[in-house]
Design a protein around this ligand. Sequence first.
Ligand SMILES: CC(C)(COP(=O)(O)OP(=O)(O)OC[C@H]1O[C@@H](n2cnc3c(N)ncnc32)[C@H](O)[C@@H]1OP(=O)(O)O)[C@@H](O)C(=O)NCCC(=O)NCCS
Length: 202
Amino acid sequence: MTQPTIHTQRLTLVPLANEHLEWEVELDSDPEVMRYISGQARSRAEVEVAHLRRCATSREAPGFGFWTGFAEGNFVGWWILRPPVGPDQPKVAGEAGLGYRLLSRHWRRGYASEGVRELIRYGFSDLGLNRIFGQTKEVNTASRATMVSSGLTFTRAFISAEPDESTMPGPRPGGVEYEITRTVWQERQGVLASTRLDPGKR
Ligand SMILES: CC(C)(COP(=O)(O)OP(=O)(O)OC[C@H]1O[C@@H](n2cnc3c(N)ncnc32)[C@H](O)[C@@H]1OP(=O)(O)O)[C@@H](O)C(=O)NCCC(=O)NCCS
């Protein structure tokens, strides 16, 4: 299947395309956004390279890739869902990792978790995944809270084997992983549905 456009209550998530490059430049040029990623703003040339890499993701596996998110027509950020990649992510069929990066003026308004919840639904219902996980640095409180708020639970702490692109001073922080399985997600959908049918259960 090709990567679809996905709608949430407030967001339209459109497959990443070349016309979104300027938004990526704005996003990655904010040092606050990049604080736990590279530790500093990226130059335009660096973002252009990253953009090509991001676009290539959707060609690796059908239905996966980056989505650019808009709310009332305004760029908010991007979300990603892709099969495991790199030394920190064991290649297990039926699994995928998720991620997100938002403009700071849109933080703390529930957008990241709103997009993640819909990508989880899409991943389990439409792509038939068995497990979806997210990884971040242990010090990235906002990212960890986003995963918890989206229904993922802590599964492990690890020392990353990825090359360190961060310029943050001090020792490299450890990584943490959160997950949700298809079984857990389905059970919760069942509970939600029965709560809607029987308000007395609330
Ligand atoms: C991580 C990020 C995407 C969160 O986006 P967001 O839209 O602010 O997240 P949401 O508003 O959906 O918040 C989700 C939950 O996280 C909590 N949260 C968000 N930022 C937080 C922070 N700085 N400290 C503590 N909790 C935070 C929210 O309160 C919410 O919890 P709740 O549902 O229990 O109230 C955003 O901070 C970002 O783009 N950061 C820079 C890029 C980055 O680090 N990406 C992740 C790399 S792994």
